[in-house]
Design a protein around this ligand. Structure first.
Ligand SMILES: C[S@@+](CC[C@H](N)C(=O)[O-])C[C@H]1O[C@@H](n2cnc3c(N)ncnc32)[C@H](O)[C@@H]1O
Length: 228
């Protein structure tokens, strides 16, 4: 697996617009990633899609929480389409309602993960990003999600799927968070060879983009999946 050169710092420092919502409070963030670590993290993700991260960028933020990524994008681009999706169960609907309150903008839409296939059919989507989602799911659930997400390549063969995970040779999880949904753990370490096997079998390419250390010392490993 080759490692890409990265320029996340440029994305972090180069803003040109005021955000949709100035200084959003912690309820608009996901997990423990508050400023400035959240925007460093989001810079690392957008760096993974730098060829597409320009005017008219279109993105699905899968497991968007309250959609803080839309605020980050609005500071850097004028024209973009953002779809933030959450599960329709557990705390998903509440997260989306919070997102709609803060990031109320015509370029930003919220919905449920069940809307995914309609969205990719009706919009040319450049990338699907999952920030801190697979870091909470066991590999079987990550692969079920990827089975659906990879439909994007039927509509845009140049699209990408970008996600973070925690890796370990010995998969392990801590604390089931049943208020989010029944399969969501406090943290989950998956085996990278399982991801690699999956992409090999489906004729997809898995690339390691970079690591970033989030609050609490969590090492997020950012990966990108593209079509061969
Ligand atoms: C740590 S939060 C990150 C939120 C957001 N990406 C951010 O960085 O602010 C993880 C999110 O994944 C969502 N989630 C949990 N299970 C999911 C699933 N099976 N599919 C999609 N999203 C899921 C949760 O509801 C939660 O909002």
């Amino acid at each position: 697996m080759e490692k890409e050169h990265n320029h996340w710092f440029e994305y972090w420092v180069n803003t040109k617009n005021p955000p949709i919502y100035k200084n959003p409070p912690s309820e608009a963030y996901g997990g423990t990633n508050y400023e400035p670590l959240a925007s460093i993290g989001m810079s690392c993700f957008t760096d993974a899609v730098r060829d597409d991260f320009k005017e008219n960028f279109s993105i699905i933020d899968y497991g968007c929480g309250a959609g803080i990524l839309s605020n980050f994008i609005s500071e850097r681009l004028d024209n973009f389409k953002y779809f933030g999706l959450e599960p329709s169960t557990g705390w998903g609907p509440g997260r989306i309602e919070t997102g709609k309150r803060y990031f109320n903008d015509e370029r930003v839409k919220f919905g449920f993960v069940e809307d995914y296939n309609e969205i990719i059919k009706n919009n040319k989507i450049d990338t699907v990003i999952l920030i801190s989602v697979f870091t909470h799911l066991v590999i079987e659930d990550c692969l079920k999600i990827l089975d659906n997400l990879k439909n994007i390549f039927d509509y845009n063969k140049d699209a990408s799927i970008v996600f973070s995970c925690f890796s370990s040779d010995t998969p392990r999880v801590s604390g089931l968070q049943s208020y989010i949904n029944s399969n969501y753990y406090g943290d989950s370490y998956i085996k990278l060879s399982d991801l690699q096997n999956y992409t090999d079998v489906h004729n997809l390419t898995l690339t390691k983009h970079m690591d970033f250390i989030a609050m609490g010392g969590w090492k997020h490993e950012i990966f990108k999946i593209t079509k061969v």
